[in-house]
Design a protein around this ligand. Structure first.
Ligand SMILES: [Zn+2]
Length: 571
């Protein structure tokens, strides 16, 4: 997802997570069952101010069970004034020989515990039906758009699907989804998956069925309801139905979303086939600037009214997520960089392809500035924490987005464009519609380097270096300066960071003055490639072009993640 503020390539959520008594970031039963599919009938009231949900959940038993525990937020009896109480369960049934049989259940502490009637053997399967009604506290937001019109949007990330879907609410349990959405006739619904059918019902109601062909994580399985204005976009050579859904009359948002086909075409060229049957870009009330729901990306209402270039990058970020995060989902939350770092870097690559290398370097420079600022603000944050605590929203920030992107950038510089591209595609192909870990990504990197004959270090050297970047807080800080020597320049480079010293591949450019050349009185020599040793202080002499040296620039091509401290001509 993407920041509300739409700061360039930035992300932080607007709001904290709602308080929950169930453990955050975990699921009641991820280890005990595997959900195969959810079939959800979602009926909205006339004013979109309450909802009834009939959820049929098909599951495989991974352990022998007598009770099934699903993540499902329990209602609050004494909620704050004007805060919704949450959905109340009215019935729970289990399927026995094809018949629905009412069963006992308990709904407390945000877990729905269902009596399965008899012991269910591991390896078997079952089906339960849950009926619930009311106003969800979170997850499915019944509210109003900026114009004051009733709208309803699901906003599940990270673990808020449990507020309206009795589920295994963890990205490791992907499942098929069918949404049967019934709304007042003035409204239309959009959801993940393909449009299977839509038809009018008696009493001025309208029913639409959406069904996914690919399994999805709950975090990106969504639906939205509003008075939409819908436009089909030209798909060009990409075999995907592209559409834009905006609040009726919002021409500005509609025109902003016209970039989607071009963005999608670039991403398909970089990453291979789009993972889903359709791509709907939807104006919504998501708390994020953009939210990468699978094949139905949600954008905050105002996010589509901003500067067109920023909107384009927001759309690129969310479309990149369709591969990274959606089709291949992190198996555990501490690997969230597999979603956000990749979406951030793919956005930079999109800029490189469409606006050139200087624009790309500007994006990476700006990302590096954010990493530096974040390292001062949160000195212990890492891209990939060993474990994730209660605060899943704390996973969002420059440490997962921009630093994750920078580690991919340095990996690309080290292994080359061909191997890097092969690694991305191989990783996506192997784990498509499943889950992956950081180790899975590096396995794809090794495979790609073997294929492209670049594997010179047994494959482990670069991996352990990149893992160290992922798992170590902070970044190197370089300071010092330079002084001319006969025929060259002496560099004095100090690593002044608090953390470990690193061996660093660094480029420097020597700028000389040539007053005799009128058109170009200053010239930069070729970038010199150095290896800065893992020492506190290093002195390195490099060659310089003819002329008076006036400046030495560190990392002119924006290839290394570091903080530049004081850097000047030395006496
Ligand atoms: Zn994102």
């Amino acid at each position: 997802m993407f920041a509300i503020a739409l700061a360039l390539l930035a992300c932080a959520p607007l709001l904290g997570l709602s308080s929950q008594s169930a453990p955050v970031g975990t699921s009641a039963s991820a280890a005990a069952v595997d959900v195969h599919s959810y079939h959800l009938e979602v009926d909205f009231s006339a004013g979109l101010d309450s909802v009834e949900i009939v959820a049929v959940v098909d599951l495989l038993w991974r352990r022998t069970l007598r009770q099934l525990r699903l993540d499902f937020a329990s209602p609050r009896e004494e909620g704050a004034k004007d805060a919704p109480a949450g959905l109340s369960v009215t019935s729970v049934e289990i399927s026995v020989d094809g018949e629905w049989i009412a069963t006992r259940f308990e709904h407390s502490s945000d877990v729905l515990t269902i009596d399965l009637g008899a012991e269910q053997a591991a390896g078997g399967s079952g089906r339960v039906r849950v009926v619930a009604a009311g106003v969800p506290r979170d997850g499915l937001l019944l509210g109003r758009n900026d114009a004051g019109e009733p709208v309803a949007f699901a906003d599940n990330w990270p673990n808020r699907a449990r507020h309206w879907i009795p589920s295994v609410d963890h990205p490791s349990d992907k499942a098929l989804f069918t949404f049967d959405v019934e709304v007042p006739d003035a409204y239309r619904s959009v959801a993940v998956g393909e449009l299977i059918e839509e038809r009018p019902l008696p009493a001025a109601r309208w029913r639409t069925r959406w069904r996914t062909r690919a399994p999805l994580a709950t975090k990106v399985a969504t639906l939205g309801v509003a008075r939409f204005q819908v436009r089909r976009e030209p798909s060009g050579e990409v075999p995907v139905a592209i559409s834009s859904w905006v609040y009726s009359g919002d021409e500005r948002a509609l025109s902003a979303l016209a970039v989607a086909p071009r963005v999608l075409a670039e991403m398909v060229e970089m990453l291979g086939p789009f993972p889903y049957a359709k791509l709907a870009n939807v104006q919504s009330t998501t708390r994020y600037g953009g939210m990468e729901n699978a094949g139905a990306i949600f954008y905050r209402e105002s996010a589509l009214h901003g500067d067109p270039e920023r909107v384009e990058r927001l759309v690129a970020h969310e479309i990149a997520h369709q591969w990274f995060g959606d089709a291949v989902s992190e198996a555990e939350w501490n690997d969230v960089w597999l979603s956000e770092g990749f979406a951030t870097y793919l956005t930079a690559l999109f800029v490189e392809r469409t606006r050139g290398v200087e624009a790309f370097r500007e994006v990476m420079r700006s990302a590096r500035d954010r990493v530096v600022a974040a390292a001062h603000e949160h000195p212990s944050a890492t891209v990939r924490p060993a474990a994730v605590g209660e605060d899943l929203a704390g996973l969002l920030g420059a440490h997962t987005y921009q630093k994750g992107a920078w580690i991919l950038h340095m990996l690309r510089e080290r292994i080359g464009d061909v191997a890097f591209s092969e690694a991305l595609r191989g990783y996506l192909e192997v784990h498509r519609h499943g889950n992956a870990t950081t180790a899975d990504f590096f396995a794809a990197v090794r495979w790609a380097r073997e294929r492209t004959d670049l594997l010179t270090d047994g494959g482990r050297g670069i991996e352990s270096e990149m893992r160290s970047w992922l798992e170590t807080p902070g970044l190197p800080r370089l300071e010092g300066g330079w002084r001319p020597t006969p025929g060259g320049v002496q560099l004095v480079i100090e690593q002044t960071q608090d953390g470990a010293l690193r061996q660093l591949p660094l480029e420097v450019a020597v700028i000389v003055s040539r007053p005799e050349v009128e058109d170009a009185p200053f010239a930069a020599g070729e970038a010199n490639r150095l290896t800065v040793p893992a020492r506190r202080r290093s002195e390195i002499v490099i060659a310089a072009p003819a002329g008076e040296v006036v400046e030495v620039r560190l990392d002119p091509r924006v290839r290394l993640l570091f903080e530049q401290g004081s850097w000047q001509r030395l006496p």
